[in-house]
Design a binder for this molecule. Structure first.
Ligand SMILES: Cc1cc2nc3c(=O)[nH]c(=O)nc-3n(C[C@H](O)[C@H](O)[C@H](O)COP(=O)(O)O)c2cc1C
Length: 309
């Protein structure tokens, strides 16, 4: 069974990818999206969002990390895709799911799901620019306002040369609200031949089984579920038990070490609160810890609170 860690802007950065892939069970990570507007971005932008390019495009635990691009200009996306692959990204993922509004007159993400031709043109241009040995994959939602173009869009991505499509089984308008319509992935699967990866609302091993049954897909991608239960991928794959709170606390402490001494010291208080927000779903202790550190602004204070037994 193939399990990917979902790209999550502002949440799943290289530190989180390192932590979660060390915990285990993941076969692939995708970076937060890199927005492409009208220029070839300098290498430093790719290295900032994907420092794993310095280590062969893999996390330290050895899991490949694929660069994700978001934009609307086929030629410019193609140039940036070629650069990312040259720098060591194992293929390219294209974002057709981001709900954010148009920025600087540039479209990108889910809004393109209204324009099947644009999806085709982007994937086709990127496919031409990237060596045939490297996969070009796409991540889509079921639609923007409704699901009427879901199958046509997936067919266009396939015809343009995508080697795989991850489907977040909701429209843009449905946001992140349950349910995810896994059965729609099975519908799409009846029309396309390339592999599909099912994504959305998998919080437990039971959800994973249901999702696999309803989507008819073996491969899945985990987002918020992996943040609320850090060993969810291993729980699903190896029937491991859920991580204990004590183990989670050690993970949080390790994360604090990374964040404070890494490049994000100033973001640490917010980052840890954000992660606890996800952990609260699985661990009552996270709720208590969150309440305790809520008002704290200093990293040192938070680390102290974390280290109390
Ligand atoms: C905070 C946040 C940031 C996200 N950033 C991205 C992103 O950069 N690229 C992308 O393709 N999807 C992004 N997503 C969508 C997730 O990859 C995933 O499709 C979605 O959360 C559904 O999966 P889940 O129910 O397992 O969380 C983001 C989601 C969240 C909640």
């Amino acid at each position: 069974m193939h399990i990917a860690l979902a790209p999550m802007e502002g949440v799943v950065d290289h530190l989180m990818r390192d932590m979660l892939t060390r915990v285990g069970g993941f076969d692939l990570c995708v970076t937060e999206f890199i927005r492409v507007v009208d220029q070839l971005l300098p290498p430093r932008v790719f290295y900032r969002l994907c420092p794993e390019l310095h280590t062969g495009g893999k996390t330290l635990a050895g899991v490949p990390v694929r660069v994700q691009l978001l934009g609307q200009d086929p030629g410019c996306l193609a140039d940036n895709a070629a650069r990312a692959v040259e720098l060591g990204s194992p293929g390219i993922d294209l974002n057709f799911g981001c709900p954010a509004k148009t920025v600087n007159k540039s479209k990108g993400g889910a809004v393109l799901l209204k324009e099947t031709d644009s999806l085709y043109n982007i994937v086709h241009a990127v496919r031409q620019a990237v060596p045939p040995t490297q996969p070009v994959t796409a991540k889509m939602r079921l639609g923007f306002e409704d699901k009427s173009l879901a199958i046509d869009n997936a067919l266009a991505l396939e015809a343009a040369g995508a080697s795989l499509i991850t489907i977040h089984a909701r429209t843009k308008v449905e946001g992140y609200n349950p349910p995810a319509y896994w059965d729609w992935i099975a519908r799409i699967k009846q029309h396309v031949k390339i592999p599909l990866v099912a994504n959305g609302e998998i919080w437990s091993a039971e959800d994973a089984v249901l999702c696999q049954q309803q989507s008819q897909c073996q491969a899945i991608m985990l987002g918020r579920g992996a943040l609320s239960l850090p060993n969810l991928a291993a729980v699903i794959k190896q029937q491991s038990g859920p991580m204990s709170w004590e183990e989670v606390r050690q993970l949080l402490t390790r994360y604090s070490g990374y964040e404070i001494y890494g490049d994000k010291g100033k973001y640490y208080p917010n980052r840890i609160k954000q992660w606890l927000g996800y952990l609260k779903r699985q661990y009552v202790e996270a709720d208590a810890l969150f309440a305790q550190i809520r008002a704290m602004q200093s990293s040192e204070q938070i680390v102290e609170a974390l280290q109390q037994p």
